[in-house]
Design a protein around this ligand. Structure first.
Ligand SMILES: Cc1cc2nc3c(=O)[nH]c(=O)nc-3n(C[C@H](O)[C@H](O)[C@H](O)COP(=O)(O)OP(=O)(O)OC[C@H]3O[C@@H](n4cnc5c(N)ncnc54)[C@H](O)[C@@H]3O)c2cc1C
Length: 324
């Protein structure tokens, strides 16, 4: 029996969410008195695979074939299930990325396992694998148990800590050739949405909303983000109106973020927006309306006109940088 991590790579590189899922898998394996092994699919260098050893993986099975170079969720799920059966893993863990969400239910069906999606806490093996996930747009926490001890778990991005648990790692090739029927939907091209800092990985996010009045005013948001080494984000209406690209939209229907610092500028703080940002460690709100709901969850708030406040903030940061 072992715990198997699906270590998803993005164009040959691992993102933080994979190391979170690895940490989760390692801590679970420790509880069960077993090892954490991993499966990797697609082209990836040994040096990158070896990083998994830092986060608790003792062995990684590499599936590398031409058919599996591009993401194909049916084939990937079949490949992962095939490794899980071969190493007798009864628990598969992966990050709750877009691909993770697509693959996990298919793997669960193949392994006749219970899918636990978007978990934010360690399962309790002594108590029906009880665990928790957010519900009601992040307003509530739902706790639930599994009837089975065979599980496929997806770990919410930014929902669990990352810890180093160094292991010496072995890399072994695993032969898996997908059937033609498993290549029913294959990704043809991946176009990166922006060359800037990835929103889900950013330590600081500068986000703005309808209070900006129009897309022509976003220069100061980009300048502030540039000074802070931050990613930019926006509220849903500003993306819907075409003021900002859709990949910047955070919230219930957008991207979920949990940076160290989230700066919300001219955003009211509607529940659907908060669903995607309320796990941020520090929240700073700039809004001219003292009754704006965002202030209720803010760590720091500035009540004022953003067109006065943001330029002053930019100047203060520039001065602070010059004086070292
Ligand atoms: C099913 C559903 C899903 C949704 N999903 C999302 C989602 O994922 N993400 C999301 O963001 N929204 C989502 N929404 C929309 C959400 O309900 C809000 O309508 C939206 O978040 C409001 O965006 P906003 O704060 O930018 O705009 P507004 O609500 O118009 O707020 C603008 C704010 O700017 C302030 N302001 C105005 N001028 C200034 C100024 N000069 N200086 C300082 N402050 C100023 C105002 O006081 C106000 O608080 C969803 C809605 C539904 C129904």
């Amino acid at each position: 029996m072992s715990v198997l991590l699906f270590a998803e790579n993005s164009q040959g590189k691992f993102k933080k969410a994979v190391f979170e899922a690895a940490t989760y898998g390692f801590e679970l394996a420790q509880l069960l008195g077993t090892n954490l092994e991993a499966v990797s699919i697609g082209q990836i260098e040994n040096a990158e695979l070896e990083k998994l050893g830092t986060y608790g993986v003792s062995k990684v099975y590499r599936i590398q074939s031409e058919e599996m170079d591009a993401f194909a969720n049916t084939a990937y799920a079949a490949g992962i299930a095939s490794v899980a059966k071969s190493v007798d893993a009864n628990i598969v863990v992966m990050a709750q990325t877009y691909n993770g969400r697509a693959i996990a239910p298919r793997v669960a069906v193949k392994l006749k396992a219970a899918p636990l999606s978007g978990v934010i806490s360690m399962v309790d093996p002594g108590n029906g694998f009880q665990t928790a996930k957010y519900s009601y747009s992040g307003k509530g926490v739902e706790s639930f148990k599994s009837e089975k001890d065979s599980l496929v778990i997806t770990v919410k991005a930014n929902g669990f800590h990352v810890a180093e648990n160094p292991q010496s790692i072995a890399i072994e090739n695993f032969e898996y050739t997908p059937a033609a029927s498993e290549l029913d939907a294959v990704a043809k091209e991946i176009v990166k949405a922006s060359s800037g800092i990835s929103l889900t990985e950013a330590e600081i996010v500068v986000s703005a909303g309808r209070g900006m009045k129009g897309p022509e005013n976003w220069g100061m948001i980009e300048e502030l983000a540039g000074l802070l080494g931050a990613a930019t984000a926006c509220s849903k209406p500003t993306a819907d109106m075409g003021w900002r690209p859709h990949h910047e939209h955070v919230g219930q229907t957008g991207i979920q973020v949990a940076p160290n610092l989230y700066i919300a500028i001219g955003i009211s703080g509607a529940i659907q927006h908060l669903a995607g940002v309320s796990s941020s460690k520090n929240i700073v709100v700039i809004n001219k309306d003292p009754e704006a709901p965002f202030f209720k969850i803010a760590d720091f708030g500035i009540i004022g006109d953003l067109f006065d406040v943001v330029p002053q903030l930019i100047e203060a940061i520039k001065k602070a940088k010059v004086s070292g």
